[in-house]
Design a protein around this ligand. Sequence first.
Ligand code: NAD
Length: 262
Amino acid sequence: MNSYTNRIALVTGSTQGIGLEIARKIASQGAQIVLNGLEAPKEIQTLCREFEENYGKTPLYIPCDLSSPSQIEAMMQAIDEHYGRLDILVNNAGIQHVSPITEFPVEVWERMIAINLSASFHTIRLGIPLIQRNDWGRIINISSISGLRGRANKSGYNATKHALIGLTKSVALELAGSHITCNALCPGWVHTELVQKQIDRIAQTENLDNQAATKTLLQAMQPSGRFVTAGQIAELVLFLCSPAAAEINGVAWAIDGGTTAQ
Ligand code: NAD
Protein backbone atom coordinates (compact mmCIF):
# COMPACT_ATOMS: atom_id res chain seq x y z
CA MET A 1 0.00 0.00 0.00
CA ASN A 2 1.59 3.31 -1.03
CA SER A 3 0.96 6.65 0.62
CA TYR A 4 -1.74 7.54 -1.91
CA THR A 5 -3.88 4.41 -1.59
CA ASN A 6 -6.42 5.88 0.82
CA ARG A 7 -6.16 9.45 -0.31
CA ILE A 8 -9.05 11.42 -1.73
CA ALA A 9 -8.21 14.20 -4.18
CA LEU A 10 -10.58 16.84 -5.53
CA VAL A 11 -9.37 18.63 -8.66
CA THR A 12 -11.73 21.37 -9.83
CA GLY A 13 -12.05 21.92 -13.59
CA SER A 14 -10.56 18.49 -14.20
CA THR A 15 -12.53 17.39 -17.25
CA GLN A 16 -9.99 18.85 -19.71
CA GLY A 17 -6.75 20.80 -19.97
CA ILE A 18 -4.36 21.22 -17.03
CA GLY A 19 -6.84 19.94 -14.43
CA LEU A 20 -7.34 16.66 -16.30
CA GLU A 21 -3.58 16.04 -16.44
CA ILE A 22 -3.28 16.78 -12.71
CA ALA A 23 -6.15 14.37 -11.97
CA ARG A 24 -4.56 11.67 -14.16
CA LYS A 25 -1.19 12.10 -12.42
CA ILE A 26 -2.64 11.87 -8.90
CA ALA A 27 -4.83 8.90 -9.95
CA SER A 28 -1.75 7.14 -11.34
CA GLN A 29 -0.38 7.07 -7.78
CA GLY A 30 -3.46 5.21 -6.51
CA ALA A 31 -5.58 8.01 -5.05
CA GLN A 32 -9.36 8.25 -5.41
CA ILE A 33 -10.16 11.20 -7.67
CA VAL A 34 -13.12 13.53 -7.54
CA LEU A 35 -13.56 15.05 -10.99
CA ASN A 36 -15.35 18.32 -11.61
CA GLY A 37 -16.05 20.35 -14.74
CA LEU A 38 -18.76 21.33 -17.16
CA GLU A 39 -18.45 18.73 -19.94
CA ALA A 40 -21.35 16.83 -21.54
CA PRO A 41 -22.45 13.57 -19.80
CA LYS A 42 -21.15 11.42 -22.69
CA GLU A 43 -17.63 12.86 -22.38
CA ILE A 44 -17.74 12.35 -18.61
CA GLN A 45 -18.67 8.68 -19.11
CA THR A 46 -15.68 8.22 -21.44
CA LEU A 47 -13.39 9.96 -18.98
CA CYS A 48 -14.56 7.87 -16.02
CA ARG A 49 -13.99 4.69 -18.07
CA GLU A 50 -10.48 5.87 -18.95
CA PHE A 51 -9.64 6.40 -15.26
CA GLU A 52 -11.11 3.04 -14.30
CA GLU A 53 -9.13 1.18 -17.01
CA ASN A 54 -5.84 3.00 -16.46
CA TYR A 55 -5.81 3.51 -12.70
CA GLY A 56 -8.21 0.88 -11.31
CA LYS A 57 -10.58 3.31 -9.58
CA THR A 58 -13.70 4.98 -10.92
CA PRO A 59 -13.62 8.70 -10.21
CA LEU A 60 -16.53 10.39 -8.53
CA TYR A 61 -17.72 13.07 -10.97
CA ILE A 62 -19.53 16.04 -9.44
CA PRO A 63 -21.11 18.39 -12.00
CA CYS A 64 -20.82 21.46 -9.78
CA ASP A 65 -20.91 24.89 -11.42
CA LEU A 66 -18.24 26.68 -9.41
CA SER A 67 -19.88 30.06 -9.94
CA SER A 68 -22.55 28.90 -7.46
CA PRO A 69 -21.62 28.82 -3.74
CA SER A 70 -24.59 26.56 -2.97
CA GLN A 71 -23.44 24.02 -5.59
CA ILE A 72 -19.94 24.11 -4.08
CA GLU A 73 -21.45 23.43 -0.65
CA ALA A 74 -23.33 20.46 -2.10
CA MET A 75 -20.12 19.16 -3.74
CA MET A 76 -18.15 19.32 -0.50
CA GLN A 77 -21.02 17.65 1.35
CA ALA A 78 -21.08 14.86 -1.26
CA ILE A 79 -17.35 14.27 -0.71
CA ASP A 80 -17.96 14.08 3.03
CA GLU A 81 -20.83 11.61 2.54
CA HIS A 82 -18.89 9.41 0.08
CA TYR A 83 -15.48 9.35 1.75
CA GLY A 84 -15.63 11.20 5.07
CA ARG A 85 -12.30 12.83 4.30
CA LEU A 86 -10.33 14.92 1.83
CA ASP A 87 -6.55 14.91 1.46
CA ILE A 88 -5.62 16.81 -1.69
CA LEU A 89 -7.52 19.84 -2.95
CA VAL A 90 -6.44 21.35 -6.26
CA ASN A 91 -8.29 24.53 -7.16
CA ASN A 92 -7.68 24.53 -10.88
CA ALA A 93 -10.83 25.71 -12.68
CA GLY A 94 -10.54 29.12 -14.24
CA ILE A 95 -11.86 31.24 -17.09
CA GLN A 96 -10.26 33.94 -19.21
CA HIS A 97 -11.52 37.04 -20.98
CA VAL A 98 -9.39 39.47 -22.96
CA SER A 99 -10.57 43.05 -23.52
CA PRO A 100 -9.82 46.62 -22.42
CA ILE A 101 -11.37 47.50 -19.07
CA THR A 102 -13.69 50.06 -20.65
CA GLU A 103 -15.23 47.25 -22.71
CA PHE A 104 -14.99 44.50 -20.09
CA PRO A 105 -18.53 43.08 -19.66
CA VAL A 106 -19.64 43.49 -16.04
CA GLU A 107 -21.24 40.03 -15.99
CA VAL A 108 -17.95 38.45 -17.14
CA TRP A 109 -16.08 40.31 -14.37
CA GLU A 110 -18.56 38.95 -11.78
CA ARG A 111 -18.36 35.42 -13.18
CA MET A 112 -14.56 35.54 -13.26
CA ILE A 113 -14.39 36.60 -9.62
CA ALA A 114 -16.80 33.80 -8.72
CA ILE A 115 -14.97 31.02 -10.61
CA ASN A 116 -11.31 32.13 -10.46
CA LEU A 117 -11.38 33.36 -6.85
CA SER A 118 -14.49 32.85 -4.72
CA ALA A 119 -14.78 29.16 -5.66
CA SER A 120 -11.37 28.55 -4.05
CA PHE A 121 -12.43 30.48 -0.93
CA HIS A 122 -15.43 28.15 -0.64
CA THR A 123 -13.66 24.85 -1.38
CA ILE A 124 -10.90 25.77 1.08
CA ARG A 125 -13.19 26.96 3.89
CA LEU A 126 -15.35 23.83 3.52
CA GLY A 127 -12.46 21.50 2.69
CA ILE A 128 -10.16 22.23 5.64
CA PRO A 129 -12.41 20.52 8.23
CA LEU A 130 -12.43 17.38 6.02
CA ILE A 131 -8.67 17.54 5.52
CA GLN A 132 -8.03 18.09 9.23
CA ARG A 133 -9.67 14.76 10.09
CA ASN A 134 -6.50 12.96 9.04
CA ASP A 135 -4.04 15.69 9.96
CA TRP A 136 -2.37 15.69 6.53
CA GLY A 137 -3.20 17.58 3.41
CA ARG A 138 -2.20 19.61 0.42
CA ILE A 139 -4.09 22.59 -0.97
CA ILE A 140 -2.77 23.72 -4.34
CA ASN A 141 -4.24 26.73 -6.12
CA ILE A 142 -3.57 27.13 -9.82
CA SER A 143 -2.89 30.82 -10.25
CA SER A 144 -0.86 32.09 -13.22
CA ILE A 145 2.02 34.35 -14.11
CA SER A 146 -0.89 36.80 -14.37
CA GLY A 147 -0.94 36.52 -10.57
CA LEU A 148 2.63 37.81 -10.44
CA ARG A 149 2.64 40.55 -13.06
CA GLY A 150 0.22 42.73 -14.96
CA ARG A 151 -0.94 42.36 -18.52
CA ALA A 152 -3.01 44.85 -20.53
CA ASN A 153 -6.55 43.77 -21.43
CA LYS A 154 -6.67 41.14 -18.68
CA SER A 155 -8.00 43.17 -15.75
CA GLY A 156 -10.33 40.43 -14.51
CA TYR A 157 -7.82 37.62 -14.93
CA ASN A 158 -4.95 39.63 -13.39
CA ALA A 159 -7.10 40.74 -10.45
CA THR A 160 -8.40 37.26 -9.64
CA LYS A 161 -5.06 35.49 -10.11
CA HIS A 162 -3.25 38.02 -7.87
CA ALA A 163 -6.00 37.67 -5.26
CA LEU A 164 -5.73 33.87 -5.38
CA ILE A 165 -2.09 34.20 -4.32
CA GLY A 166 -3.15 36.47 -1.44
CA LEU A 167 -5.69 33.85 -0.38
CA THR A 168 -3.00 31.15 -0.63
CA LYS A 169 -0.62 33.05 1.68
CA SER A 170 -3.27 33.78 4.28
CA VAL A 171 -4.46 30.15 4.39
CA ALA A 172 -0.85 28.91 4.53
CA LEU A 173 -0.26 31.01 7.64
CA GLU A 174 -3.46 29.79 9.27
CA LEU A 175 -2.32 26.19 8.66
CA ALA A 176 1.34 26.67 9.62
CA GLY A 177 2.43 24.16 12.26
CA SER A 178 -0.05 21.54 11.03
CA HIS A 179 0.74 18.94 8.38
CA ILE A 180 -1.39 20.74 5.81
CA THR A 181 0.15 23.16 3.34
CA CYS A 182 -1.33 25.65 0.90
CA ASN A 183 0.61 26.78 -2.17
CA ALA A 184 0.00 28.36 -5.55
CA LEU A 185 1.41 27.40 -8.93
CA CYS A 186 1.85 30.11 -11.55
CA PRO A 187 2.09 28.65 -15.06
CA GLY A 188 3.03 30.53 -18.19
CA TRP A 189 1.42 29.59 -21.52
CA VAL A 190 0.11 26.01 -21.67
CA HIS A 191 -1.53 24.90 -24.91
CA THR A 192 -5.11 24.24 -23.80
CA GLU A 193 -8.52 25.37 -25.03
CA LEU A 194 -8.22 28.49 -22.86
CA VAL A 195 -5.05 29.53 -24.72
CA GLN A 196 -6.17 28.35 -28.16
CA LYS A 197 -8.95 30.95 -27.92
CA GLN A 198 -6.26 33.62 -27.46
CA ILE A 199 -4.30 32.23 -30.41
CA ASP A 200 -7.48 32.36 -32.51
CA ARG A 201 -7.95 36.01 -31.47
CA ILE A 202 -4.39 36.90 -32.58
CA ALA A 203 -4.90 35.00 -35.85
CA GLN A 204 -8.09 36.94 -36.50
CA THR A 205 -6.88 40.42 -35.52
CA GLU A 206 -3.45 40.10 -37.17
CA ASN A 207 -4.63 38.01 -40.12
CA LEU A 208 -2.23 35.12 -39.40
CA ASP A 209 -2.54 31.36 -39.73
CA ASN A 210 -2.60 29.24 -36.57
CA GLN A 211 1.15 28.49 -36.61
CA ALA A 212 2.16 32.13 -37.04
CA ALA A 213 -0.33 33.27 -34.38
CA THR A 214 1.05 30.66 -31.96
CA LYS A 215 4.58 31.92 -32.58
CA THR A 216 3.44 35.52 -31.99
CA LEU A 217 1.79 34.55 -28.70
CA LEU A 218 4.89 32.75 -27.41
CA GLN A 219 7.37 35.36 -28.62
CA ALA A 220 5.43 38.16 -26.96
CA MET A 221 5.96 36.71 -23.51
CA GLN A 222 7.61 33.33 -23.01
CA PRO A 223 11.43 33.47 -23.38
CA SER A 224 11.69 29.70 -23.87
CA GLY A 225 9.61 30.03 -27.05
CA ARG A 226 7.89 26.80 -25.97
CA PHE A 227 4.68 25.96 -24.20
CA VAL A 228 4.81 24.67 -20.63
CA THR A 229 3.03 21.29 -20.68
CA ALA A 230 0.12 20.27 -18.50
CA GLY A 231 2.13 17.15 -17.63
CA GLN A 232 4.95 19.30 -16.21
CA ILE A 233 2.47 21.13 -13.98
CA ALA A 234 1.01 17.81 -12.85
CA GLU A 235 4.51 16.62 -11.87
CA LEU A 236 4.95 19.77 -9.79
CA VAL A 237 1.65 19.07 -8.03
CA LEU A 238 2.91 15.58 -7.24
CA PHE A 239 6.12 17.03 -5.84
CA LEU A 240 4.13 19.41 -3.60
CA CYS A 241 2.26 16.33 -2.32
CA SER A 242 5.52 14.54 -1.47
CA PRO A 243 7.23 14.45 1.95
CA ALA A 244 10.08 16.52 0.47
CA ALA A 245 7.66 19.44 0.12
CA ALA A 246 6.34 19.32 3.71
CA GLU A 247 7.90 22.69 4.57
CA ILE A 248 6.92 24.45 1.34
CA ASN A 249 3.99 26.59 2.44
CA GLY A 250 2.53 29.82 1.07
CA VAL A 251 4.66 30.05 -2.05
CA ALA A 252 3.61 31.24 -5.51
CA TRP A 253 5.77 29.06 -7.70
CA ALA A 254 6.25 30.09 -11.33
CA ILE A 255 6.56 27.44 -14.05
CA ASP A 256 6.82 29.69 -17.05
CA GLY A 257 9.84 29.15 -19.32
CA GLY A 258 11.55 32.20 -17.80
CA THR A 259 8.71 34.72 -18.19
CA THR A 260 8.82 36.19 -14.68
CA ALA A 261 12.63 36.25 -14.69
CA GLN A 262 12.51 39.15 -17.17
P1 NAD B 1 -9.43 24.93 -19.83
O1 NAD B 1 -10.36 25.98 -20.35
O2 NAD B 1 -8.79 24.00 -20.82
O3 NAD B 1 -10.16 24.04 -18.72
C1 NAD B 1 -10.90 24.65 -17.70
C2 NAD B 1 -11.64 23.61 -16.88
O4 NAD B 1 -12.43 24.32 -15.91
C3 NAD B 1 -12.61 22.74 -17.68
O5 NAD B 1 -12.62 21.42 -17.16
C4 NAD B 1 -13.98 23.41 -17.45
O6 NAD B 1 -15.07 22.50 -17.56
C5 NAD B 1 -13.78 23.88 -16.01
N1 NAD B 1 -14.67 24.98 -15.65
C6 NAD B 1 -14.77 26.21 -16.24
N2 NAD B 1 -15.75 26.92 -15.65
C7 NAD B 1 -16.28 26.12 -14.69
C8 NAD B 1 -17.34 26.28 -13.74
N3 NAD B 1 -18.07 27.39 -13.67
N4 NAD B 1 -17.58 25.25 -12.90
C9 NAD B 1 -16.87 24.09 -12.96
N5 NAD B 1 -15.89 23.91 -13.83
C10 NAD B 1 -15.59 24.90 -14.69
O7 NAD B 1 -8.34 25.73 -18.99
P2 NAD B 1 -6.79 25.40 -18.66
O8 NAD B 1 -5.95 26.12 -19.64
O9 NAD B 1 -6.60 23.95 -18.45
O10 NAD B 1 -6.65 26.20 -17.29
C11 NAD B 1 -6.76 25.58 -16.04
C12 NAD B 1 -6.30 26.58 -14.97
O11 NAD B 1 -4.95 26.95 -15.22
C13 NAD B 1 -7.11 27.88 -14.97
O12 NAD B 1 -7.29 28.34 -13.66
C14 NAD B 1 -6.21 28.84 -15.74
O13 NAD B 1 -6.43 30.18 -15.37
C15 NAD B 1 -4.85 28.36 -15.27
N6 NAD B 1 -3.76 28.73 -16.18
C16 NAD B 1 -3.77 28.33 -17.49
C17 NAD B 1 -2.71 28.70 -18.31
C18 NAD B 1 -2.66 28.28 -19.75
O14 NAD B 1 -1.76 28.80 -20.45
N7 NAD B 1 -3.52 27.40 -20.21
C19 NAD B 1 -1.67 29.47 -17.79
C20 NAD B 1 -1.71 29.86 -16.46
C21 NAD B 1 -2.76 29.48 -15.65
